[in-house]
Write a protein that binds this ligand. Structure first.
Ligand code: PLP
Length: 358
């Protein structure tokens, strides 16, 4: 037997979540966002499972995009940061990839390129997030230049929302998008998961859902994944590999950050920060042992965490443990650890074996 930690990927949940996105984004075409190894779930596995549902795949790495084409994927592929050097452009043409153009430098590389095929291009406008995108002043001249460039094909206008999951919402960014793109006849691509679920007006053209496909809520404080109708795709599970009996005053783990107030039994789980479990998860982070909800105690170490076995008298070596996934939302674990589901899912490390749910 090997170390008992596993990530199990439920592809039927993934497809169900995609169906929710399809239903909620009425009329929009859908990019399945599979950057960061499909948020830790495995790029090829997820692409294959969604190939007959998604209208295209959005990612970051040219190598991944080329590998997908080599593997036979035919849908549009969008590279969310575009190209970094002009010498990548022939590969975009050869493999029919769609770059995002978000700087004047990229626009100039493209307008001065000689390519054997026309590239579909996304032109990204910065509407206030101040991460990627052309300014309103840069936008129109760049767009005009691209429109008259022989190797540029279909153009789509894009922006990204900073607050779609928050109180401030998207109206302020929608207003600057409308203003800058007035009179342009190109389709748009606006919505991430949060905007797709919350703002029908953002669901035109091509929406770009990511996190919701993996069964986490884009706004867990307001609406849980379950309430949205999403099911967890990744379940991170392991087992107890030891137990300890504590007396009042005994401390647990590095730094002794947890002290027993009464006699108590704890279990040791084969899962630590080198597996991707967040080291900053404090005592009290929820965890399932034998399907029962309990809490972590003490500091997360590289290979192990300790859990309270109060109320789970049958638990012992070999007892099943769920760190997140089925029965325990990754959103809850992320909230306890002061982060977001995205970070936990992406942080799963190489040493964790990944299997598909039967
Ligand atoms: C990651 C990303 C998305 C997906 O966002 P979610 O919040 O995961 O739905 C959409 N668009 C862009 C530009 C992104 O970088």
């Amino acid at each position: 037997m090997t170390r008992p930690i596993r990530a199990t990927i439920d592809l039927s949940a993934l497809r169900g979540n995609f169906a929710v996105a399809r239903q909620r984004a009425t009329g929009a075409s859908l990019w399945a966002v599979i950057k960061a190894n499909a948020y830790g779930h495995g790029l090829m596995r997820v692409a294959e499972a969604l190939d007959d549902m998604a209208d295209g795949f959005a990612m970051l790495d040219l190598d991944d995009a080329v590998a997908m084409r080599e593997a036979g994927f035919r849908h549009p592929i969008l590279l969310l940061e575009g190209f970094f050097e002009a010498d990548e452009l022939p590969l975009y043409a050869e493999y029919a990839l769609t770059p995002v153009v978000h700087t004047l430098e990229q626009a100039e590389m493209l307008t001065s390129a000689a390519l054997p095929a026309r590239l579909p291009v996304y032109v990204k406008l910065n509407t206030g997030m101040n991460r990627l995108g052309l300014t309103a002043e840069e936008f129109n001249p760049a767009l005009t230049a691209l429109e008259t460039t022989p190797c540029v094909g279909r153009i789509t206008l894009m922006t990204h929302f900073a607050d779609a999951d928050l109180e401030r919402g998207i109206d302020w960014q929608m207003a600057s998008f409308e203003e800058a793109t007035q009179g342009c006849n190109h389709p748009a691509s606006l919505a991430n998961s949060a905007a797709l679920l919350r703002y029908p007006q953002a669901c035109r053209g091509w929406a770009r859902p990511g996190i919701m496909l993996y069964g986490a809520s884009p706004f867990p404080q307001d609406e849980s994944a379950e309430q949205i109708g999403l099911r967890p795709v990744m379940t991170l599970s392991s087992q107890l590999i030891s137990t300890q009996q504590l007396q009042p005053g005994d401390r647990v783990g590095y730094g002794g950050t947890f002290t027993a107030g009464q006699p108590m039994r704890i279990g040791v789980v084969a899962c630590g920060y080198a597996d991707g479990y967040p080291r900053h998860a404090p005592s009290g982070t929820p965890v399932l042992v034998e399907g029962r909800r309990t809490r972590t105690v003490g500091r997360v170490s590289m290979d192990m965490i300790m859990v309270d076995l109060e109320g789970i008298p049958d638990a012992g070596i070999g007892s099943p443990v769920v760190l997140w996934g089925e029965g325990l939302s990754v959103d809850e674990v992320a909230a306890a650890a002061g982060t977001v589901s995205y970070e936990l899912l992406c942080a799963l490390t190489q040493r964790v074996p990944v299997a598909e749910k039967a």
